[in-house]
Design a binder for this molecule. Structure first.
Ligand SMILES: Nc1nc2c(c(=O)[nH]1)N[C@H]1C(S)=C(S)[C@@H](COP(=O)(O)OP(=O)(O)OC[C@H]3O[C@@H](n4cnc5c(=O)[nH]c(N)nc54)[C@H](O)[C@@H]3O)O[C@H]1N2
Ligand SMILES: Nc1nc2c(c(=O)[nH]1)N[C@H]1C(S)=C(S)[C@@H](COP(=O)(O)OP(=O)(O)OC[C@H]3O[C@@H](n4cnc5c(=O)[nH]c(N)nc54)[C@H](O)[C@@H]3O)O[C@H]1N2
Ligand SMILES: [Mo]
Length: 876
């Protein structure tokens, strides 16, 4: 027992149970998680410890996937974190802002020390080798087992699947080796089947470089200082105030102070639009292509270079191909061009605002206004999140978005940009100024090439077949012609992803989990993927190890976080690489092939190879100065080096931030060199230019076999989109699922992470947002419990009635922890993917934002607030 725990214990002699729980973690967990008198006593003891300076501040990882990577530090007393703080490493200013944390980051200790941490290896009670009663997955009791027993079981099940059905029968639904250690182990063991998930990027997830734009369109806008030179900033489906943590909203605010006017395009007027007082251009989900085509129509038909110059012909002619008949690319197979399509030459339908408004719900005058605002003599930044691309049949959105930017000439010039607003790249693009190095761990080759696209993975398991189209995830470009394959998944291995929860079609997902022979999850909390497993292996969090986690670098070009280990692993939690090594022993493979050295050495390597830009604005130098003494104190292999800052100081600070100022040498204007000299600075498309007609796009996506696209952007009504909310579109008769729904990324969570944490549950309720008119029609008032249902499932949530959504449109926050009532089949948590369709189109997109539902006032027991729900504490 440590001193702090003992002090707390001494103060609480009368409480019977306390002294029985002797382990450090156990005592601490029960304090933070439980509440009541014990917590008060603990709080008092903690406060004493802080006041007396008994501990020390350690820079602490904030690892979940929100894109923020804000500064976090933990005050540690006797292996227990008693306080947290955020960035105070330098004074705050708009040019050199502190990296302040959000409500989630600041409640990290209640997650790490949560009473609901998974403490021991466990198996479900009725599990037997080969499965046992598989229907009990998700509702069985848990039993504590030893690590040896757990690892033996997992190894045997993997080995059995491999021997009987081949490595293809092992599914790891994951993101890739940069984040998931188990994949390297599995490569050594003969491979695994994975998934292809366009996730964040939607239809930017295929090889969009073929259009001429950057991979996934990342880093495609100007830097934050240049943003201040824009007169108009369009937030196209963006909500940085909720979904781009760190400083983006602050940077946008500076641009506003500098005079920029904001425009928001999307179906719901969100907090970012509100903050920046944006003009709202209403567009229904999944109909952006129709909207932008009508914008192009107005730009084309109103443009007059003498009296009303809108289009930047110089840019279009020099830097793009395929806009009109006179500028077709050499590889074009179809004698059609964008301009003539927009004017209606091929289908008899000019893409007028009147044509669009019926589909998009955008008032005609707003389409006209938006098109005129795109004019070439206005300094415009058009920034998109990927929300409009996370829609079915949105395959033409990236090309059309680019086309509108190119028509106005809003690329490659100061004050003008056309690109991304995502994660830390919202408001601030350009090359990284301080860059994380390499751990020295290479990737392993997966001997199996099977990759199932995410939205249909559960169905493929159930049907034992799928269509292979290659693994083009994250712009690898490795798409292949469609090929039907049999697949017999026997093992689901959940590593670093909560796939059951974050892939559409949870109900089918549960069925698939109850079909296979074995499910294992490596997790620190009982999320859905662990809940429906046979065996759960407790992992340590980033606070409990040397954190060289793949997502350390945030995409924020100005900072690099280098957190340190904060505490020893709690309970019996182990890190992923330890688990890999133990499984490797049992599976007879040599793990040192994948991990030749330990995690401390990996982290050291990463730091030693991190670099920072010099003040010439182009060349880089090592970030850390490392001495022989540092190397011996770390106990690692290495060579002393001269860098910008002493290693000790760097690690004490835990962050390196490049100081920015007006006129500094770190500014960035995307596509500048290309605009100035497109012949020399060719892009990655076949023509080397921006392809408004792109033969490769049509050939690749059509080859995947879901649909037939034109090589230029055209309108295709979306699967589960607005048109399909009608049973009779001509006569405007609504169907069974008449409402459109999307899932905003919500401040209470990073996807599913944090949903179990009481502090954030209390701070942010998680209602369903419904338009006031729609709610009134159904007699629903604010706070009422609402049943929302689709073809795929039913959920309950409290209504938040709002004037900020288009009629017919609902927002259900993404990522709550599924909590299905086995009697009614209703999910009380309101998980988005219960409702979302496990279907896909085009490039194999996860079309989260094109889904249809209905809803009604719920007649059963009203839902209680989430923060009143008991934690999932497993008593074993
Ligand atoms: N309906 C709908 N679905 C969506 C979306 C949507 O908008 N709507 N958004 C999609 C998007 S954009 C994304 S990016 C995905 C995110 O999908 P996921 O990546 O599945 O979501 P997370 O909740 O972030 O899950 C990460 C998991 O990794 C675990 N973890 C963290 N660190 C470690 C570690 O060191 N080791 C191990 N073993 N585990 C660790 C966490 O506990 C957590 O369970 O969701 C997608 N799903
Ligand atoms: N707090 C928090 N932050 C996060 C995350 C998180 O889970 N929680 N996840 C991170 C990750 S991995 C991602 S990918 C990003 C996602 O971040 P964003 O891409 O910003 O995603 P959303 O919040 O889903 O959507 C933003 C806005 O898009 C609008 N919208 C929805 N559908 C459409 C459409 O079809 N067309 C148009 N024009 N607009 C539409 C909605 O009104 C919404 O306000 O967030 C990141 N940041
Ligand atoms: Mo994402």
């Amino acid at each position: 027992m440590t001193d702090l725990i003992k002090k707390i214990a001494d103060k609480e002699m009368n409480r019977r149970d306390f002294l029985k729980t002797s382990a450090v973690g156990a005592a601490m967990l029960s304090f933070i998680g439980s509440g009541g008198a014990l917590t008060q006593v603990a709080n008092a003891a903690e406060a004493d410890a802080v006041v007396n300076g008994e501990g020390k501040w350690i820079p602490a990882a904030c690892w979940y996937n929100c894109g923020g990577r804000c500064y976090n530090a933990a005050y540690v007393v006797d292996n227990v974190v008693v306080r947290q703080k955020t960035d105070d490493t330098h004074p705050d200013s708009p040019d050199f802002p502190q990296q302040r944390g959000c409500l989630r980051g600041r409640s990290m200790r209640t997650q790490v020390f949560g009473a609901d941490r998974i403490k021991y290896p466990m198996k479900r009670k009725h599990w037997e080798p080969g499965g046992g009663d598989k229907s009990l997955r998700g509702k069985d009791e848990w039993e504590r087992i030893s690590w040896d027993e757990a690892l033996d079981y997992v190894a045997v099940e993997m080995e059995t699947a491999k021997e009987k059905y081949g490595n293809r029968s092992i599914l790891v639904p994951s993101w890739g080796q940069y984040i998931d250690d188990y994949l390297r182990l599995l490569c050594l063991c003969g491979g695994y089947t994975t998934i292809t998930d366009t996730a964040s990027f939607g239809t930017y997830g295929w090889d969009v470089m073929r259009l001429g734009i950057l991979p996934m369109d990342m880093n495609s806008a100007n830097d934050r200082f240049d943003l201040k030179k824009s007169e108009t900033i369009v937030l196209y489906g963006c909500n940085p105030a909720w979904s781009s943590l760190g400083s983006p909203s602050y940077h946008f605010w500076q641009a506003k102070k500098a005079g920029a006017k904001y425009v928001f395009v999307g179906p719901g007027y969100n907090d970012s639009a509100d903050l920046l007082d944006a003009k709202w251009i209403r567009v229904r989900p999944g109909t952006d292509t129709a909207f932008l085509l009508s914008v192009a129509y107005v730009m084309i038909t109103e443009d007059d270079q003498e009296t009303n110059p809108i289009i930047d012909w110089d840019f279009l002619n020099r830097c793009t191909v395929g806009f009109d008949a006179d500028h077709m690319p050499a590889d074009a197979k179809l004698n059609e061009n964008f301009k003539d399509y927009v004017l209606g030459k091929y289908d008899g339908q000019p893409k007028t605002p009147e044509w669009a408004t019926e589909i998009t719900g955008t008032p005609v005058e707003d389409i006209l206004w938006y098109a005129r605002e795109m004019r070439k003599d206005k300094r415009v930044s058009i920034l998109h999140s990927f929300a409009a691309a996370r829609c079915n049949n949105a395959d033409d959105f990236p090309q059309l978005f680019m086309t509108i930017g190119a028509m106005g000439g809003h690329m490659g010039k100061s004050g003008h940009s056309c690109g991304v607003c995502y994660h830390a790249q919202s408001s601030n693009n350009g090359q990284s100024l301080v860059t994380a190095g390499s751990t020295g761990i290479g990737n392993q080759q997966n001997p199996v090439d099977d990759s199932i696209y995410g939205p249909v993975v559960w169905e493929s398991i159930l049907n034992e077949k799928y269509d292979f189209i290659g693994d083009y995830l994250m712009g690898s470009g490795a798409s292949a012609p469609r090929e039907s394959r049999n697949i017999d998944i026997r093992v689901i291995f959940h590593g670093t992803r909560n796939a059951l929860q974050t892939i559409p079609g949870i109900t089918k997902g549960i069925e698939a989990h109850r079909k296979v022979d074995f499910v294992v999850s490596c997790s620190y909390s009982l999320d859905a993927s662990a809940q429906y497993a046979d065996i759960v292996l407790p992992i340590s969090t980033q606070w409990e190890r040397h954190s060289s986690y793949g997502m350390l670098s945030s995409g924020n070009r100005e900072i690099l976080f280098l957190p340190s280990q904060v505490t020893e692993p709690l309970y019996e939690a182990k890190d992923d690489q330890w688990i890999c090594a133990e499984l490797a022993k049992r599976l007879g493979v040599d793990i040192t092939v994948a991990f030749p050295f330990d995690e401390k050495q990996q982290y050291f390597n990463l730091i030693a190879t991190s670099t920072v830009i010099k003040d010439d604005g182009t060349t880089y130098e090592p970030l850390a100065t490392i001495t022989a003494q540092d190397i011996s104190e770390w106990g690692v292999e290495g060579t002393p080096q001269q860098g910008r800052i002493a290693l000790k100081e760097l690690m004490e600070q835990g962050i390196y931030q490049v100081e920015r100022y007006e006129g500094d040498p770190y500014g960035s204007i995307a596509y500048k060199a290309f605009r100035e000299d497109p012949e020399t600075n060719r892009l990655h498309s076949n023509s080397g230019k921006l392809e408004i007609y792109c033969q490769a796009k049509a050939d690749i996506i059509n080859g995947m076999g879901f649909l037939t696209l034109k090589p230029y952007p055209s309108y295709i009504p979306a699967l589960n989109g607005y048109e399909q909310s009608f049973s009779d579109w001509e006569n405007k008769v609504k169907g069974d699922y008449p409402y459109q729904i999307t899932n905003p990324h919500y401040p209470r969570r990073g996807h599913t992470t944090f949903d179990n944490v009481p502090w954030v549950r209390e701070a942010m309720h998680n209602p369903v947002f419904i338009n006031a008119h729609d709610a009134a029609e159904k007699g629903i008032r604010d706070g009422d419990t609402v049943l929302i249902y689709s073809k795929y499932g039913k959920v309950l949530r409290q209504a938040s009635v709002s004037q900020q959504l288009m009629p017919g449109y609902i927002e259900l926050p993404h990522g709550t922890w599924t909590d299905i009532d086995e009697e009614t089949g209703i999910d009380n948590a309101g998980s988005d993917n219960i409702l979302c369709a496990p279907e896909t189109t085009g490039c194999g997109v996860s079309g989260y934002n094109t889904n249809l539902v209905n809803f009604e006032k719920y007649n059963g027991e009203p839902l209680e607030a989430d923060y009143l729900k008991p934690l999932r504490i497993i008593n074993i």
